[in-house]
Ligand binder design. Structure first.
Ligand SMILES: [Zn+2]
Ligand SMILES: [Zn+2]
Length: 275
């Protein structure tokens, strides 16, 4: 199993000189199981550059797992190149209303709409992956478990397992926040994973003013990684105001908190890891 970050930013895309190293695109993760299938988590603006690399797969198939429908997680879908190529099949799962939300991007009933192309005019076929629905399912040889998240309007986290290795991907989650789950639930969900990718939009000192926003600080993510005994923690959903230098400083503090018990780094656009 291999995975690649195409978007690591929270809230809004922020291209520019301050975000060159960690990237300005919003959430998109490519997961490649052993059979080379295409699995994508979220359609933030990072799905656009991913889509541009897929022409050699024509006509291909993708499984798109949507964590939730907040704008930063679907904003790139309109510009996902395979949608405009005949023969492509895009199967959607994750958040229960994901397909409906993606359709609304194209067919807005408000005013004149927000996009010139209609859903029914898309050359690709986009449909619900009916046999791959939460809470758990099999996808291209991977076992996929899901968890609800502590986030306004909810969200879905994923655990991908293959050949005994697991990747846990949890974004837009307030570990100590209001919501259906406790820290203990997330520890059980991430237990023993080789890699844990978790939301770390904030610093601990920023949290008091942002409780209930549905995001965590790096120290909470470190605590989850420690208690779940993962090998490697990757911080993601970087705050749009956090420059590359500020992310470096956050990682340094997170490494100090981890005290060498596991690896800590920040998700970076273009970063690929093999499990
Ligand atoms: Zn988000
Ligand atoms: Zn969100």
């Amino acid at each position: 199993m291999r995975f690649t970050f195409w978007g690591t930013r929270g809230s809004i895309a922020v291209p520019g000189p301050d975000t060159l190293r960690y990237g300005g695109n919003t959430t998109c993760l490519q997961v490649e199981p052993e059979d080379g299938s295409l699995v994508i988590v979220d359609a933030g603006s990072g799905i656009r550059p991913l889509g541009l690399t897929l022409s050699e797969r024509d006509p291909g198939e993708a499984l798109l797992l949507v964590t939730h429908l907040h704008w930063d997680h679907i904003m790139g879908f309109l510009f996902f190149d395979p949608l405009y190529r005949p023969g492509w099949r895009i199967r959607v799962s994750g958040w229960p209303l994901a397909l409906k939300g993606l359709r609304h991007l194209f067919n807005s009933k408000g005013a004149d709409g927000n996009f010139p192309v209609g859903w029914e005019d898309l050359p690709a076929k986009v449909e619900k992956a009916r046999e791959m629905e939460p809470p758990s399912f099999e996808a291209h040889g991977m076992e996929v478990l899901t968890t609800p998240l502590n986030h306004p309007q909810g969200g879905v986290g994923f655990r991908f397992s293959q050949n005994g290795d697991a990747l846990v991907f949890i974004t837009d989650n307030e570990l100590s926040g209001p919501g259906p789950l406790e820290m203990q639930d997330f520890i059980a969900f991430a237990a023993g994973a080789k890699v844990l990718v978790h939301d770390a939009q904030y610093l601990p000192e920023e949290m008091p003013a942002r409780r209930g926003y549905g995001h965590s600080d790096y120290a909470q993510a470190v605590e989850l990684a420690r208690q779940a005994e993962v090998e490697r923690l990757i911080l993601t959903h970087h705050d749009p105001a956090r420059s590359d230098e500020a992310i470096d400083a956050m990682v340094a503090r997170a490494r100090e908190a981890a005290a060498g018990q596991f690896m800590v780094e920040a998700a970076r656009e273009g970063m690929t890891l093999q499990l």
